[in-house]
Design a protein around this ligand. Structure first.
Ligand code: FMN
Length: 165
């Protein structure tokens, strides 16, 4: 048992941050989970072989959005992940808010946004296809295309951590 009374878990976090926003989110996840007594490591996906992940109780995968999908590195990584069926996972994405159409100035409808924001659904498809079991997800928004993260983003991370802990 840890100081907070929880059974400490070994948690591995993998992200594919390009501009640093997702890397900050991953570090905040680590800080908050570590404060609850868990053992957490953070890795960039480019530094790890997806077929040889370290053993853990829970895996957290994060990706920035690219034209409605996870960034290419994250798609390839998740396609190649080898983990035993039944392994627990959670995901997070960093996403830019929907923009008005440049010509018409009109905001996209919720249906149009859903069609283009398939970042988390695609991550889930890849992982559930391997028999992994989802325990949580989160989206953290960036203010502009390359960041920074929205105000009070740590609050979003706090809520995510509270659900998966
Ligand atoms: C070429 C390009 C395409 C993008 N497409 C999307 C998108 O389809 N959906 C979205 O939410 N964000 C999109 N973004 C914004 C990214 O979500 C944002 O750059 C990212 O979350 C920042 O995270 P990072 O700092 O960890 O790389 C795009 C950004 C770029 C540069």
């Amino acid at each position: 048992m840890s100081v907070t009374g929880v059974i400490p878990l070994r948690i591995e976090v993998f992200h594919a941050s390009k501009y640093g926003n997702g890397a900050n989110v991953a570090e905040e996840i680590k800080t908050e989970l570590a404060a609850k007594g868990h053992q957490v490591s953070v890795h960039h996906m480019k530094e790890v072989k997806p077929k040889q992940l370290p053993q853990a109780d829970l895996y957290i995968f994060g990706s920035p959005g690219r034209i409605g999908k996870p960034i290419g590195l994250a798609r390839r990584f998740l396609k190649n992940v080898i983990l035993p069926s039944g392994t627990k996972y959670a995901i997070f994405s960093t996403e830019a808010p929907a923009q008005p159409d440049k010509k018409t100035g009109k905001m996209p409808t919720p249906e149009e946004i859903a069609k283009w924001q398939r970042i988390k659904p695609i991550m889930d498809e890849l992982l559930k296809g391997k028999g992994l079991v989802k325990v949580g997800d989160m989206t953290v928004h960036v203010v502009n295309l390359k960041g920074p993260l929205e105000e009070n983003w740590q609050r979003t991370v706090e809520e995510f951590v509270a659900k998966i802990d």
